[in-house]
Design a protein around this ligand. Structure first.
Ligand code: GAL
Length: 416
């Protein structure tokens, strides 16, 4: 982020007046995501606030972040934006976002939110963002009818995955619905990393970039196994957003999808039921771990008392039990507030909540690298580039991938 340019923009910018409309910049464009966002519009409308939605297409939000930076530099940021992970620290460091300390104290956020929420959303121990959910990334979604028809059981580990995938292939059915996008491929790569070698390895390779591990034979095997998945996927030359991939799974054009539980938002939107129409299961080999992603909202500082009041009012709504219950039932995630009653949620959400608590206790709670939770945005971008290159260029060897990973690791250690 062009620090000098941004801080100049902060000083000279003339921010638009508030009135009772609040613009939200985000990347929630799928059916389930729009349904969930509608819950926010309803909650704000009840307070006389109109939500102006400014969606930017692109799962994972990379393009949205580029647009947000450009608008901030131009001195025209929205009132509110969807942001995730370490990126929040960068915006706070530059003084762009509202300090939510007073509402956080008043609403006892420290007690009511899990530690990961405090770590991600505070800057100098003040909340600067309002978290609304916890997404689990390491999910396997399986089309029940396709499995029943072939008398197969969804895989619990990667050996079973390849065995099942081979049977489906012999029947002309791709085992895995996926879109050939760097973000989708990176999610698959991190889920595979965890499923093959466990949470310590995941942490040491994808967060710490431990040199010894980078050059370890396990990492060579990881890349080889990743490429071995290719013949069992939907056609990589046909571009598919993650929600189109979900549709392919639902229509039986593929048997499974490995993706975060934003997928469940789509399945609920299509009125499909867990167990009856689809299975929601931990990704192969990851039952005891939880790769998380948290959606947070930042409120841009508009330097007026009215805007500070509005920021607190919005934050108060976002981090409220009632809103988080309604929103998350549509979104596919679970509330990040610990005290929300899970009774109205479906069996997948209840399983996610249980898995989260288990992982928190057993130290197998892991930030998503590919979904902006674990490393700085530039580093995440370098990893997505590497994974995408390796997947799409069969002449690119494991050794070349490892040497590129070593360069990334060197830059990590240099910057720490
Ligand atoms: C993630 C976001 C989720 C979901 C997903 C697909 O980055 O946290 O809420 O929207 O992208 O777009």
């Amino acid at each position: 982020m062009k620090r000098a340019l941004l801080s100049t923009a902060l000083v000279v910018a003339s921010f638009p007046s508030l009135g009772n409309a609040v613009e939200l910049l985000h990347w929630w464009t799928s059916n389930g995501e729009r349904e969930a966002l509608a819950e926010l519009a309803i909650a704000l409308k009840q307070q006389g606030i109109v939500l102006k939605s400014s969606p930017v297409h692109g799962g994972g939000g990379d393009t949205a972040m580029t647009v947000l930076q450009a608008r901030a530099i131009a001195g025209n940021p929205p009132e509110m934006a969807l942001i995730e992970g370490p990126g929040i620290q960068s915006w706070a460091t530059l003084g762009f976002v509202s300090d939510l300390h007073s509402v956080a104290i008043e609403q006892n956020w420290d007690e009511r939110l899990p530690d990961i929420a405090t770590n991600i959303n505070t800057y100098k121990s003040h909340f600067v963002a309002a978290p609304v959910n916890i997404h689990r990334v390491n999910w396997l979604w399986a089309n029940r009818a396709v499995f029943d028809e072939h008398n197969l059981t969804p895989p619990a580990n990667w050996d079973e995955f390849f065995a099942v995938a081979q049977v489906f292939k012999s029947q002309g059915i791709p085992a895995l619905a996926i879109g050939n996008e760097p973000w989708q491929l990176a999610i698959l790569f991190e889920v595979l990393t965890l499923g093959l070698y466990g949470s310590d390895y995941y942490r040491d390779l994808l967060i710490e970039f431990d040199d010894a591990l980078v050059m370890n034979n396990k990492t060579v095997e990881l890349f080889k196994t990743f490429r071995r998945l290719k013949p069992y996927m939907t056609d990589p030359s046909v571009s598919a957003s993650w929600d189109n991939a979900t549709l392919n799974m639902v229509k039986g054009k593929a048997a499974m999808q490995l993706q975060g539980d934003w997928v469940k938002g789509e399945l609920s939107y299509m009125s499909l039921k867990p167990k009856q129409d689809y299975y929601c299961l931990p990704a192969p080999g990851t039952a005891n771990s939880f790769i998380y992603n948290v959606d947070s909202f930042v409120l841009f500082r508009l330097r007026t008392e009215a805007s500070e009041n509005m920021a607190n009012q919005l934050a108060n709504t976002l981090v409220s039990s009632d809103f988080q219950s309604r929103f998350n039932q549509k979104k596919g995630s679970i509330p990040i507030l610990k005290d929300v009653d899970m009774t109205p949620f479906d069996i997948c959400a209840k399983a996610s909540k249980q898995a989260f608590v288990h992982a928190e206790v057993n130290n197998t709670l892991l930030p998503s690298m590919s979904d902006s939770m674990a490393v700085a945005p530039q580093l995440q971008e370098a990893m997505l580039e590497l994974i995408n290159h390796y997947f799409n260029d069969d002449t690119f060897t494991e050794e070349e991938a490892i040497s590129q990973l070593m360069k990334i690791a060197a830059s990590v250690h240099f910057n720490r």
